[in-house]
Design a protein around this ligand. Structure first.
Ligand code: CDP
Length: 806
């Protein structure tokens, strides 16, 4: 990089820093099948575990007989709750401050709950023996309907806490009640509704869904009895949290626990929390003295590890007759299943749901959420979402359409009238969030112009006339969604998990030859962190991105961090990376001043070097300064060139987007074709436009899956009827529509490089956009709200209810 013949711009381009469509460095191993996943790990003497699971949704466990299972050749041990009680591990704490059975202790509370853990010489023997564990059950009444959970006579799910009067956030209203949580100003909101010209009220349900990472949850536990040390390899989105929680649960000192998350094949929130499989593998390794592997299968993944959503939102909006919103009220029942294992910051049992006013300037709002227990699997994770933002965005975006319909206004025009204006930022919402930056009207205008919105509406009008005349059986729907996200958990004043503040970290070491390594507390599950963190360093330090290794997922080497979920890596660890670079750069500047025999202030930064102001031919490149840091530092200065930064963000970041979707619905079959899907995203400064596009494609595909078919469904007896990909919709390349992506750039004013998160935006904005498109197709026939998922059968049924089948 010492080439003086190159311009600054040419030198900057060679670094492949921020803004470059740098190819993903991790793909070199992934496309060659050389990734290293948990199930690739084979340790000498390793054993395999598998679960006996409950066939009942709710039942008393009268007796467990493990004799036949234990007698099967190859079986080493069978663990039940009684075994776990001897090490005080029959129950474990959840991230939400509740407790959860590791193995059934007296009762089972949902179908497929873990009852016994069989450890054998191979996976097949373990599975066979799991079937031989004999369990005597006494079936109990089941409730899988959250709206009935707090009624008189509803079966009490959690007998262990039935007399507990206080929840985490106030008094419990019923033995099946978990928490009540509220935000906003109730009197002001009620007053807005009393004086409103127009109001709408709609029960909007976001069904229970489940993330579908390619790789399921799994771990290998290896306990070294001599050293008293535990090494745990696993699919962990937050390895340090697993180490701390693991130490608190097991009482193994934290420095004797080594948590390693190797390559992870997708997470989407599913791999944040701790599961019984981890505890059982650890106990099994302690008991047997051998490493133990636990790998769940797809049915186990879909039916027992953490679900998402399951929100029942009774939503109201108040408005003037000319279309200005004046108030928002939402009462929500949140179904948390049998244990409250929700992955939320402690202060926010309903996550960041109070972002529900979305992108609109509501003068008053009030939100109340009641969490309840039912006979379903626990969870409540942020499935490609930041702590319940997706539920909020879906609710407000559907409700805005319902109100536009009532007012007789175009949904886009109604939104434009109410979007927060650029000059209002930083904007404080009626529920107390301070939005950092935004230029919503520019984004909306660009989206509408690019898709030719007016022309599309004209075409739709003509088609509706033709439909009424009986000339076509196809309806055209145009979905509009404008969403605001809240990502980057988080500022420690607002966010902690079990008392651990939600900062994050980066440690950078620059080696003498000008290459370096960056270690972080986050953990990529496919987001391309090895590529993009290096790009931040390249721009900040003027070293080629190819010269920077990025390492995550080893608690022995990485500084403490809270992991990757809720699009927090860029807002928090991206900031930590830039700040660590700035410490290094400040030291390099002092070394440069010493070498060039000038004052620090006489130097200026130019892409990859410090040069003397007014004498640009006198400079020291960062590569030269790295070498000097190890042998030519100013007197009194410590040698070396490294820095660590723990970054506690001053605020969340608020990415946003304008999405438009066009669908054609055949009313006789319910078959829906997505004709177009346009997504404009604004995530502030863009680090790698190609990776961003990949994130948008992936998130939109998940949004398509959720909106058009996904639901974890239970029948009235508590049987989960959608526990495999035969019944749970996972879109393939065949069904997935073509995506059109676009962007505007409104940097975050408080982030060191102006970047906001992006990973989950397409899921947050995509789901309401699809749903609005389907609903829009039927709106002119008087339909207000058709619940998700919009699979062909339900769409046909919606058409039928409107009398379209004669
Ligand atoms: O926390 P997570 O990695 O899931 O989400 P993210 O922070 O939104 O980042 C997802 C990927 O997009 C990472 O590789 C980021 O570096 C990249 N990204 C980007 O290139 N520019 C942004 N402004 C935000 C994210």
């Amino acid at each position: 990089m010492n080439d003086t013949s190159l311009t600054s711009a040419q030198r900057a381009e060679k670094l492949e820093g921020m803004g470059c469509k740098r190819k993903r460095v991790e793909d070199i191993r992934f496309v060659q099948g050389k990734g290293n996943y948990v199930d690739d790990l084979k340790l000498p003497g390793m054993l395999y575990g598998d679960f006996t699971r409950s066939p009942h949704g709710h039942a008393r466990v009268k007796k467990i007989d493990t004799t036949k299972a234990a007698a099967l050749p190859g079986v080493v041990a069978v663990i039940t709750a009684e075994t776990l009680k001897t090490v005080n591990l029959a129950w474990m704490p959840t991230l939400a401050g509740d407790v959860q059975m590791v193995l059934a202790d007296g009762k089972v509370l949902y179908q497929n709950q873990e009852v016994a853990f069989v450890i054998a010489e191979d996976r097949y023997t373990a599975a066979d023996a799991a079937d031989l564990v004999e369990v005597e059950y006494e079936a109990l009444p089941v409730n899988v309907d959250p709206l009935k959970a707090m009624t008189d006579g509803a079966p009490v799910i959690r007998e262990d806490i039935k007399d507990k009067s206080d929840g985490a956030h106030g008094k419990r209203k019923h033995p099946n009640h978990i928490f009540s949580w509220t935000a906003g100003d109730k009197p002001a909101t009620d007053a807005a509704f009393e004086t409103a010209d127009v109001t709408i009220k709609e029960m909007i349900v976001y069904p229970r869904v489940h993330p579908c990472p390619l790789e399921t949850c799994q771990c290998v536990a290896s306990f070294d009895k001599i050293k008293g040390e535990l090494t745990l390899w696993g699919t962990f989105q937050a390895p340090h949290v697993i180490r701390t929680v693991g130490s608190l649960i097991s009482k193994i000192p934290e420095h004797k626990i080594h948590v390693i998350a190797p390559d992870i094949g997708g997470g989407f929130g599913n791999k944040v929390g701790a599961y019984p499989g981890y505890i059982c593998a650890i106990v099994a390794s302690i008991v047997t003295g051998r490493p133990v592997k636990w790998v769940e299968d797809r049915i186990e993944n879909l039916s027992t590890t953490a679900f998402a959503r399951d929100f029942y939102m009774d939503m109201e909006i108040a408005c003037t007759k000319d279309g200005k919103v004046t108030g928002l009220r939402c009462y929500t029942i949140a179904d948390h299943g049998a244990f409250d294992a929700c992955a939320n910051a402690t202060k926010w049992p309903a996550g960041l749901f109070s972002i529900i006013t979305g992108s609109y300037d509501f003068p008053a709002a009030h939100v109340l959420v009641d969490g309840v227990y039912t006979n379903k699997a626990p969870g409540g994770v942020a499935y490609r979402c930041s702590f319940r933002v997706t539920e909020a965005a879906y609710c407000i975006e559907r409700a805005m359409d319902v109100m536009a319909q009532k007012l007789g206004m175009d949904p886009a025009e109604f939104r434009i009238k109410n979007l927060i204006r650029r000059e209002q930022f930083p904007y404080t919402s009626a529920t107390g969030w301070q939005y950092d930056s935004g230029d919503y009207h520019t984004a909306m205008a660009k989206a509408m112009e690019t898709v030719g919105y007016k022309k599309l509406r004209d075409e739709q009008k003509a088609k509706r006339e033709a439909f009424k005349r009986g000339e076509t059986r196809e309806l055209m729907g145009i979905g509009v969604a404008f969403f605001t996200e809240i990502v980057g958990a988080g500022p420690s004043r607002a966010c902690d998990i079990l008392g651990i503040a939600m900062f994050d970290s980066a440690e950078i070491r620059i080696h003498p030859t000008g290459t370096g390594i960056c270690r972080l507390g986050t953990k990529s599950q496919g987001q391309g962190h090895e590529t993009t963190y290096a790009q931040i360093i390249a721009t900040e330090l003027g070293l080629p991105a190819d010269n920077i290794a990025v390492e995550e997922g080893n608690t022995d080497t990485a500084p403490y961090g809270l992991g990757t979920y809720g699009s927090r890596s860029t807002p928090v660890s991206g900031a930590a990376t830039a700040m660590a670079c700035r410490k290094i750069k400040a030291k390099a500047q002092m070394i440069a001043a010493y070498m060039l025999e000038v004052h620090d202030d006489d130097l200026e930064w130019d892409v990859d070097r410090f040069r003397v102001k007014g004498a640009p031919e006198r400079f020291k490149t960062m590569t030269e300064l790295a070498w000097a840091a190890y042998h030519e530092v100013p007197p009194g200065m410590e040698p070396g060139l490294e820095a660590i930064n723990y970054y506690d963000p001053p605020n969340f970041t608020f990415p946003f987007g304008a999405y438009i979707c066009v669908v054609d619905v055949d009313v006789d079959t319910g078959v829906t074709e997505v004709r177009r899907f346009y997504a404009l995203d604004d995530c502030g400064t863009r680090i790698n436009p190609m990776i961003i596009e990949g994130q948008i494609h992936g998130g939109l595909t998940e949004a398509f899956g959720i909106a058009m078919g996904q639901e974890i469904h239970y029948d009235d007896d508590g049987n989960v009827t959608t526990a495999s990909f035969m019944d749970y919709f996972l879109p393939t390349a065949v069904e997935t529509p073509h995506w059109e992506t676009d962007w505007t750039t409104t940097p975050s004013p408080h982030h060191p490089i102006g970047a906001k998160g992006v990973g989950e935006s397409p899921n947050v904005g995509g789901v309401p956009c699809f749903s609005n498109a389907i609903n829009d197709a039927f709106a002119f026939l008087g339909s207000t709200h058709i619940q998700m998922p919009h699979d062909h059968w339900r769409t046909w049924t919606a058409a039928d209810k409107l009398g379209l089948h004669g």
